[in-house]
Design a protein around this ligand. Structure first.
Ligand code: PEP
Ligand code: MG
Length: 943
């Protein structure tokens, strides 16, 4: 018969089944189960437990009932726990109570169900009161069970319990739970049982076994609950994994003042600082802290009340962090002075903390630099470069009296939006009305996650840094302030008050998750500076060092790079180039020269040039443009001193520089109607010229190299400007590396036609100016024909740059301007395309063409330099592909450069040639916990 249940001390058996893989262990007993078993083996004090496997969950999902043998195995395991604890499930005298908690392979905090105090019944309660002499604790625990069981297992609305409790407290004149006495809780148990019966038509079960069976089933079911499914979609977790169920002996933090419960992170999950950050509550149960319902005390203060347990806690958590070589998120309970660890897992963190922790841990020698680089995701780097509130603007807002409140800075970043007081509305206004929304709640619960994800920011008036709102916001990088207690929210009237200020739904506020401050109205944001983020700079430097290592490519062929990818940038102006350089770009991979033609003082000259009826008239206009272009290029070369600069010759169809045809027509008609004659003739001429340029498919028409062949004067001027600027710079001592790029080539004959003319101009300029510098002529590969005839193209081109925007358009035959709004979304939704191919390279089609082009291109010219300058150059998955097929560099927008640097290093680390592997197997996967064992022994000795 299948084994569905494992006891706390059966980790070896699970390992055996998993073939020795720790990842496999987690797949079977879930992350939480694996962690608990691992801690138990290491003699960390964990209450005895057993785990129902994910396989049992999957079998349940298939059959809609427990698989054969599961229940019997649960009962056997329960017996073993009874033996170990000396207590008995359902016993009157010395009862065992258990918790029932979900635990999937990957942590999904708060997404699935937990039920505590299972085993409590009327009879057991009386027995427990006799045993503990603490009737307040017993009735409090019992009412929690009825409530949790009711809401979680029987799907009863929270309000069915919350409202009666609120009116009970009001009647008694109590504000806090702490004021409730034993007989009050006893009365509430009665009220809750009645509410339970009303809501589901049955009595609250008095059979502990029935409670346990239903609770196990409820956890299984919660795997397919709305919020768990939404979470998995967002995090890319597979639906087929299933959740394990951990049935654990209850230990109580609410038996009196020598009891406590808390959650903590071994480092600050918001800033990454190396200080324990957590909260505890005296005389309370775990969910009070997590839900943030009662404002908890900082864990450091526990030292004052329970020095011995605190010391043991600090020792154990330090060892756990060292053992797992990562920041841990732990849950603990102190029952009558005895510490119990209930959970340890890798802690979720903000982007900022992820970077700091990775860099610090590498500096502490806990992990390697390679591991540090691998621990941070490109998305996290991206988040760190997102806008922050402008300091000056915040000060001004404060002076203007817009400051509303300060709470805990739970998740950094600036959020400006319109407030809504529930998750559904926050989501609805964000999605349907395209508003920037801020979700404002007293506190959040797992049911609120959809609203949080849709909102730009989250604000709560209650709860602390480990409350649900804080943990979830951090994980998703949503700016969040919690516990802003000056804010009073009236959910019925849908208003919030701060002193005299009243804000209604739909009003604007600004939430600063970095400082915890909240303001009325909109505060402008500014871009954060990379230079000021020291740890990020260090991490990116390490990333560059990885990419610059020799022999990090799997593909070894003549001319192929052996080092990783370089990151260049697409930049048109010197200021962009300077930014790109400050972000770490080591070249310009694309300067779109035509952008400069649009500047107000140049456009009329450009139009004159286009309308010229003779080559001389065109050259006259171009001569006026030459000094402008020379200045542009001069600035670029100077900004990129010592680095290559690829300048693309004019690419778009000329009509883009002309007035809109329809608008012109309207103007002409209006003039005729009004009888205006002044300027009419010129307008009509212009209209005729624009009409003459009309093309049905301009993106496939007279553009790129075709335009250069039809009107060579334009590119001749551009090449002269490039070489003159390069020569002037060289004379000033700037090191130039110009590369001239011809766009939209489809056949080598085009290059054979145009390139020699341009090279002649370059040489002429160098001899006129009496300077010499190295330069290259190359082409974009944007047309499938160019990719499949790359061996021919490379006979002329010294470099290739994949223009994957056009290459994707031409390969799929999808208009890049229209496809996204027409059918692409449907294609992705329907699974016809896995991803939008304009965002992430289509490896099987476009990617294959690229691979072939590099292969054939280098066969003809081994030293061929290869890059990419389409939008994909900043997309991590596409960057990985470019590494795999042998690109020398990727080029992307300056803002994406840091992301691309990290992605390039990841690609190098993930595709190391097997022999040369340099990454160590992460220590976290090693199952044996000698370090922790030693630590615990040490603690034990000291006691
Ligand atoms: C491309 O096609 O990928 C490219 C970079 O050129 P553009 O986007 O200017 O057409
Ligand atoms: Mg293009």
């Amino acid at each position: 018969m299948s084994k569905w249940v494992y006891l706390y001390n059966e980790v070896k058996e699970v390992e055996k089944r998993a073939g020795g893989s720790w990842d496999g262990v987690k797949s079977i007993v879930g992350g939480k189960g694996a962690g608990l078993m691992d801690m138990t083996r290491a003699n960390v004090p964990v209450p005895p437990f057993f785990t129902v496997t994910t396989e049992a969950c999957n079998a349940y999902q298939k059959a809609g009932k427990f698989p054969a043998g599961l229940w019997e195995q649960e009962l056997t395991a329960l017996k073993a726990i009874e033996k170990k604890t000396g207590k008995k499930f359902g016993d009157k005298k010395n009862p065992l109570l258990v918790s029932c908690r979900s635990g999937a392979k990957f942590s999904m905090p708060g997404m699935m169900n937990t039920i505590l105090n299972i085993g409590l019944t009327d009879v057991v309660a009386e027995g427990m009161i006799k045993e503990t002499g603490n009737d307040r604790f017993v009735w409090d625990s019992y009412r929690r069970l009825v409530e949790m069981f009711g809401t979680v297992v029987m799907d009863i609305e929270d309000e069915a319990f919350e409202h009666p409790l609120a009116s009970f407290k009001e009647k008694k004149g109590y504000k806090l739970d702490i004021e409730m006495r034993a007989e009050d809780w006893k009365e509430v148990v009665g009220i809750y049982k009645e509410a339970y019966k009303q809501a589901c038509g049955q009595e609250f079960p008095q059979d502990p076994n029935k409670q346990l069976a239903l609770a196990t089933e409820a956890v299984f079911k919660s795997w397919n609950g709305k919020r768990a499914v939404a979470y998995r979609r967002k995090e890319g977790i597979s639906d087929t994994l299933g959740t394990a169920v951990n049935i654990c002996t209850m230990v109580f933090g609410n038996m009196g003042d020598d009891c406590a419960t808390g959650v903590a992170f071994t480092r600050n999950p918001s800033t990454g600082e190396k200080v324990m950050m957590g909260e505890y509550l005296l005389n309370a149960q775990g969910e009070d802290v997590v839900a943030g319902i009662r404002n908890a005390d900082e864990v450091a203060n526990l030292k004052k009340y329970m020095p011995k347990a605190y010391k043991q806690f600090m020792e154990i958590t330090a060892r756990l962090e060292k053992h797992y070589t990562d920041m841990q998120d732990v849950e603990f309970t102190i029952e009558r002075g005895t510490l119990w660890m209930l959970q340890t897992r890798v802690g979720k963190r903000t982007a900022k903390a992820a970077v700091k922790i990775a860099v610090d841990m590498a500096n502490e020698g806990l992990i390697t630099r390679d591991q540090a680089v691998q621990r941070v995701t490109p998305d996290q780097v991206d988040a760190l470069l997102h806008p922050q509130f402008d300091d000056a603007a915040m000060n001004l807002a404060e002076k203007e009296g817009k400051f509303l409140a300060k709470g805990v800075n739970a998740s950094p970043g600036a959020a400006v939006g319109q407030i809504y007081f529930d998750a559904d509305k926050a989501e609805q206004y964000a999605k349907e009305h395209k508003q920037d929304t801020i979700m404002v709640r007293p506190f959040t619960k797992p049911d609120d996650v959809h609203g949080m994800i849709a909102a730009k920011g989250v604000l709560t008036s209650e709860g602390g840094a480990t409350s649900h709102a804080a943990v979830v916001a951090r994980q998703f990088g949503i700016p969040c302030v919690v516990g802003a207690s000056a804010i009073k929210i009236d959910l019925e009237k849908r208003v919030m008050h701060v002193g005299e200020t009243v804000l209604n739904e739909g009003d604007w506020i600004s939430v600063d998750g970095t400082t915890g401050k909240v303001f009325a109205g909109k505060i402008p944001t500014s871009e954060p500076s990379l230079e000021e983020q020291k740890e990020l700079m260090t991490l990116l430097k390490w990333a560059d060092e990885i990419s610059a290592r020799k022999n990090v490519r799997e593909e070894v062929r003549p001319g192929y790079p052996t080092r990783g990818l370089q990151v260049w940038a697409n930049a048109d102006y010197p200021k962009d180039a300077r930014r790109a350089r400050s972000y770490g770009a080591v070249g310009i991979g694309l300067c779109r020269t035509e952008h400069m033609f649009f500047e107000p003082e140049r456009l009329p000259i450009v139009q004159r040039m286009i309308l010229a009826e003779s080559s001389e008239a065109r050259t006259d206009a171009l001569n006026l443009l030459l000094p402008h272009q020379r200045k542009d290029f001069d600035g670029l070369f100077e900004a990129m001193d010592g680095f290559p600069v690829i300048i693309r010759l004019i690419d778009p169809p000329l009509h883009e520089f002309m007035p809109d045809e329809e608008k012109l027509m309207e103007e002409v008609i209006t003039m005729h109607v009004k009888g205006e004659t002044e300027g009419l003739e010129e307008k009509e001429k212009l209209l005729a010229a624009v009409k003459g340029m009309h093309e049905s498919n301009p993106m496939m028409g007279l553009r790129g190299v075709r335009l250069s062949i039809s009107m060579p004067e334009i590119v001749e001027m551009q090449v002269r400007a490039i070489f003159e600027a390069a020569a002037d710079c060289t004379l000033r001592g700037v090191k130039v590396k110009p590369e001239i790029m011809i766009p939209l080539t489809g056949t080598v004959k085009e290059l054979e036609w145009i390139q020699p003319r341009l090279e002649r101009i370059g040489k002429a300029v160098m001899s006129e100016k009496k300077v010499k510098f190295a330069y290259k002529f190359g082409t974009m590969i944007e047309i499938p024909r160019a990719a499949v005839t790359a061996d021919h193209i490379a006979t002329k081109a010294q470099f290739f740059s994949f223009g994957t925007n056009d290459l994707t358009q031409m390969t799929f035959g999808y208009s890049r301007d229209d496809a996204e709004r027409n059918f692409l979304i449907t294609y992705v939704q329907e699974g016809i395309l896995v991803k939008n191919p304009f965002q992430t390279l289509d490896r099987n089609g476009v990617g294959k063409l690229m691979k072939n082009a590099i292969f054939e291109g280098r066969a003809a010219r081994p030293e061929l330099e290869v890059g990419i300058c389409g939008e994909h150059g900043g997309d991590p998955e596409s960057i990985e592909w470019c590494h795999m097929i042998g690109n020398n560099y990727v080029s992307c927008s300056p803002f994406r450069v840091p992301v691309a640097r990290l992605a390039a290093a990841h690609a190098a680390l993930n595709h190391m040639p097997v022999k040369k592997a340099v990454t160590k197997k992460p220590a976290a996967k090693k199952p044996v916990k000698k370090v922790v064992k030693k630590a615990v022994k040490k603690v034990a000795k000291k006691k």
